[in-house]
Design a protein around this ligand. Structure first.
Ligand SMILES: [Zn+2]
Ligand SMILES: [Zn+2]
Length: 413
């Protein structure tokens, strides 16, 4: 886990603002759910055999024998919240976005920490393929507005409860004949969840998987139609994506559409964002059946993949520094300081009563554009001096007019 200091924290704030703005323009509203949830929620939602549930969750014993986990992802909590509220989009789609930390106890890798941050959306209550396309459209808009210019979008369908079992059987029999070539994990996956073998990064497993049967050859008519309609909607929006018949995603809850966005800046194996449809999750978490679709983006990775414009990480510029010589000057400056700040102007003062020269150095470090200089002479003339640090110009103005000069607004407004 890591700390985020300025100026990086400023880049984070801007990224989160862009995420919220993008989601807002697509009609998503924010939902905030607890960081802690019962362990069973993730076991039921993500699947007992998923890597996350098997080995990556931070789990705690709470009072009363409850087992809690720090949330490893956002979707299960959002669905749990909607199920508890007895509103999962039956009366019309619910559209929520979330932004916040997630926790996984995995091996640290580039751009990945054990507390990481995700932006994601969930649309509950519609089976319509346009909802899948809308989600992908928002994801691509967010990536480009965050400065990720280059990415590769992979798309697939993982079928549904009707057609996936036959595919899983075909896959299991294919890999059983090659189990000697599989890593120990994948040998366990043969019985636990054979789809995950397609996800394995082990070179030998990847080699075997390259000849495996394809889900797209086993889709039922409903899944085929849905998939082709999703692709049509993406074509309408001219969103380029690559069909990737081996893309399965690591979680049990996905049905039909799945997608991942990869950035060349991060290497081929790690997605910067991913998502898909999860038509059975609401039901399996105790709600009325409600088809749904969503995505999440890893914000650490978005920042790594983004080509940030020059100055993106530099401290804020402009603003006013108030230099005071003497206690009375400090008191009068202190009043002006608060008024400037309340007018939205970045402003700073020296508390320590140091020399003018030292205060001018502080003004520089603060990247101030202008300095207000007030000493006993100025107080005697009911004036202040204002020095423009960019041009070097200095002028004396009446103290009563300082606020309106510095804010650029006429007095009294
Ligand atoms: Zn199907
Ligand atoms: Zn493997």
């Amino acid at each position: 886990m890591g700390d985020i200091f300025p100026p990086e924290s400023g880049a984070w704030r801007r990224l989160e603002y862009r995420a919220a703005a993008a989601a807002g323009s697509y009609g998503f509203e924010e939902i905030r759910t607890p960081l802690l949830e019962p362990v069973e929620l993730f076991a039921r939602g993500l699947g007992e055999s998923s890597d996350i549930v098997q080995k990556e969750m931070f789990v705690f014993d709470a009072a009363g024998g409850k087992r809690l986990a720090l949330r490893p992802e956002g979707t299960a909590g959002v669905v749990r919240a909607c199920v508890e509220k007895k509103n999962c989009g039956k009366a019309g789609p619910l559209k929520y976005y979330y932004l916040g930390p997630m926790f996984r106890r995995e091996r640290p890798q580039a751009g990945r920490r054990r507390q990481f941050h995700q932006f994601g959306t969930e649309t509950l209550g519609t089976p319509h393929p346009a909802a899948d396309a809308e989600t992908v459209d928002l994801l691509t808009f967010f990536l480009s507005s965050a400065g990720v210019a280059e990415y590769d979008l992979a798309l697939n369908s993982v079928g549904c409860r009707e057609c996936r079992p036959a595919f899983q059987r075909a896959l299991a029999s294919f890999f059983r004949q090659r189990s000697d070539a599989l890593c120990p994990h994948c040998r366990r996956r043969l019985t636990l969840n054979v789809l995950r073998i397609l996800d394995c990064k082990n070179p030998s497993c990847r080699k075997e998987a390259s000849g495996a049967p394809l889900i797209t050859e086993h889709l039922c008519a409903g899944c085929q139609t849905h998939f082709s309609r999703v692709r049509n909607f993406l074509d309408l929006l001219a969103i380029p994506c690559r069909l990737e018949p081996r893309l399965v995603r690591g979680l049990d809850y996905y049905t039909r559409t799945v997608f991942e966005a990869f950035s060349p800046a991060l290497g081929a194996q790690d997605a910067v964002a991913a998502g898909g449809r999860y038509d059975n999750l609401v039901e399996s978490l105790g709600g009325e059946p409600s088809p749904a679709v969503g995505f999440s983006a890893g914000l650490e990775r978005v920042l790594l993949a983004a080509s940030l414009p020059p100055g993106y990480l530099s401290p804020p510029e402009g603003g006013v520094y108030l230099a005071s010589l003497g206690d009375e000057a400090f008191r009068q400056n202190f009043i002006l300081l608060s008024a400037l700040r309340r007018a939205g102007i970045r402003a700073e003062i020296d508390f320590a009563g140091r020399s003018l020269k030292a205060q001018m150095r502080s003004a520089d470090r603060f990247s101030a554009r202008r300095v207000v200089i007030r000493g006993e002479d100025e107080i005697g003339r009911k004036a202040v001096r204002i020095k423009d640090l960019e041009t070097g110009d200095e002028e004396e103005i009446p103290a009563a007019g300082a606020l309106s000069v510095l804010t650029g607004k006429p007095a009294g407004k």
